[in-house]
Structures are given as C-alpha cells and as structure tokens.
Design a protein around this ligand. Structure first.
Ligand code: NDP
Length: 281
C-alpha cells in the first residue's frame, strides 16, 4: 500500500476504510471483514458511536499495532482543554489502544482553539502520532495555523469528482497540510455509480466507477477512506493500484466538478447551530 508522509514525518496509507453510518452492533464484523480484505488504515469518530466495535475487531485480528493506522475524531464539546483530554482517553479506551495514529477535530465549531492546545500536548507526549482537523474551510484552517504552535498534519474534507477542491488542495499543500477525502464516492449521491464519464473511463481499464473515482483521487495526491459494509466492495475499492489514468482521463474527470458540496456547507448558519449544538458522551 503506497503511503504519504505527513508534515511531521508520520506515514499514512493513501487508502483506508471509513465506518461512518456503520451501526455499532455491526461494526466488529464489518471491520473484521475490512481487515481480512487487506485494509490497515481505519477511520472512525466519537460521533459514530462505533469505536468499541472497531477496537474489538482490531483486537480479534491479532494484527500487530504498528501495522495499523487508526484515526478517530474529537466531537464538539464544552470542556476546553481538560474535556479534550478526557474525550481522547475515552476514545482510546473504547478502541482498546494505547496510542492513536491520527486524531482530528471533527468540526470547526465550539472552542476548538482549546481543543487544539490539548491535542498539541497529547501529541508532544507521544500518545497521538499526528493531529489534524476536519471540515475546516480555508479561512479557519489558515487562522488555526497562524495562531498555533503545531500546524495540522491533515484536513479531512468532502472531496470527490463533483466537489474537487483543487485550489484548496493547493493552498493546503503550500501550508504542509495533507488533504484527506471523506465521501470519496460522493456517498453514492448524484448517481455517481452511473456517471457517464467515470463509466466510460472504467470500461477502458476494466474497472468500476468506484475504482476510477478512487484512483483519480489517489493520483491527485488525496488520501481516501471509502466505506462499504460489503466484502466484495471492500475488495473492489482496494484494487486500484494495478492501473493508472492518463492525463486526458484525469482532465475529463476535472470537468465533472460542480464546485459544491453534495452534503451541506459547514459555513451555513443553520448547520453551524444544528451540528455545532450536537453533543456525544
Ligand atoms: P463514501 O463516499 O465512502 O460512500 C459510501 C457509500 O457508497 C455507501 O452507501 C456504500 O454502500 C457505497 N459503496 C461503497 N463502495 C461501493 C462500490 N464499490 N460500489 C458501489 N457502491 C459502493 O461515503 P462516506 O460518507 O462513508 O465517506 C467515507 C468515510 O469518510 C466515512 O465512512 C467516514 O469514515 C469519513 N467521513 C467523515 C466525515 C467528516 O465529517 N469528517 C463525513 C463523512 C464521512 P455499502 O456500504 O452498502 O457498500
């Protein structure tokens, strides 16, 4: 599995496995299947309510800890630095781990400067190998960088053929921040799996739409974490390293960009209130 080196020297596999919307009671099985398929990079979050299932699957797999790359995310809370350290300990306990590879601020809401200070401390202590953010738009990312000691290693943002974020990727690269795509398959929206451009490129290579979309992101230098509960799709989504898209094919996919989210805009005041007001245990 190819890896990308983050701004602090930590290496992250370019393709991982996401577990958003995998029900808690199914997570152990789903992650066990994903590990059996060959995934070694897992992406969960306190919000998803399934960290324990991820942890049980890791433990049962017997895979050496150093072979795995595990990410979880801090949800919005009211506890400042102390609350962040408590939330980190809770996630670590649920995952059954003694360190995290990557810990992300899940949303750019609440007192996230205090969250970041605590995460910097935990990173210095060595219990988090890399710290980053998610869903940060350029203004918030740059302000955090300008006002912190440690720049985020990663920004996990919605990125796929309909919402490509090439300019933002360029800005992140200039600041040493690795772009990571959530929703690399656009969560199945906009009829992505029958999109003519992706289908016709797939036919040429004997690959599926999902494989073309993932390959396109990886060739752009984007880290991807597709989710599937089905073993055959888990294997399909991993099988993207035996072909390459031509420059012309890459450009045809660039033409699919709508410049807009298929989910929602994190700057929408209604969403700030709705999502920023959610709390998890
Ligand atoms: P994805 O873009 O990965 O799409 C997942 C959907 O595509 C599911 O419905 C899945 O169905 C289907 N699918 C997967 N593979 C295939 C395939 N080969 N052919 C056809 N259908 C397929 O969406 P996600 O939202 O899950 O994003 C991936 C990960 O990103 C998440 O799991 C999570 O870890 C992270 N994420 C982070 C967010 C954040 O705010 N930081 C927000 C959203 C996601 P099925 O399972 O039935 O196969």
């Amino acid at each position: 599995m190819p890896q990308v080196t983050l701004n602090n020297g930590v290496r992250i596999p370019v393709l991982g496995f996401g577990v958003f919307q995998v029900p808690a009671e199914e997570t152990e099985k789903v992650v066990t299947d994903a590990l059996a398929a060959g995934y070694r990079h897992l992406d969960t979050a306190a919000l998803y309510g399934n960290e324990e299932g991820v942890g049980r699957a890791i433990k049962a797999s017997g895979i050496a800890r150093e072979e795995l790359f595990v990410t979880t995310k801090l949800w919005v809370h009211d506890g400042g630095e102390d609350g962040t350290k408590r939330a980190f300990e809770t996630s670590l306990r649920r995952l059954g781990l003694d360190y995290l590879d990557l810990y992300l601020i899940h949303q750019p809401y609440g007192d996230y400067y205090s969250f970041w200070r605590a995460m910097q401390d935990l990173h210095r202590q060595g219990v988090i190998k890399a710290i980053g953010v998610s869903n940060f738009y350029p203004d918030r990312l740059i302000d955090l960088i300008e006002n912190s000691e440690i720049a985020p290693a990663v920004n996990q943002v919605e990125t796929h053929p309909f919402f490509q974020r090439a300019d933002y990727q360029q800005l992140m690269a200039e600041r040493g921040v690795q772009i990571e795509s959530w929703g690399p398959l656009a969560e199945g929206r906009n009829n992505i799996f029958s999109a003519p451009t992706l289908s016709s490129i797939g036919e040429v290579h004997g690959k599926s739409v999902a494989q073309v979309a993932l390959r396109w992101l990886i060739q752009r230098g984007v880290v991807v974490i597709p989710k599937s509960v089905r073993p055959e799709r888990m294997a399909e989504n991993l099988d993207v390293f035996d072909f390459a898209l031509t420059d012309e094919e890459m450009s045809r996919i660039v033409a699919m960009d709508t410049g807009a989210s298929v989910a929602f805009d994190h700057r929408d005041p209604q969403m700030v209130t709705q999502i920023g007001g959610l709390r998890v245990d």
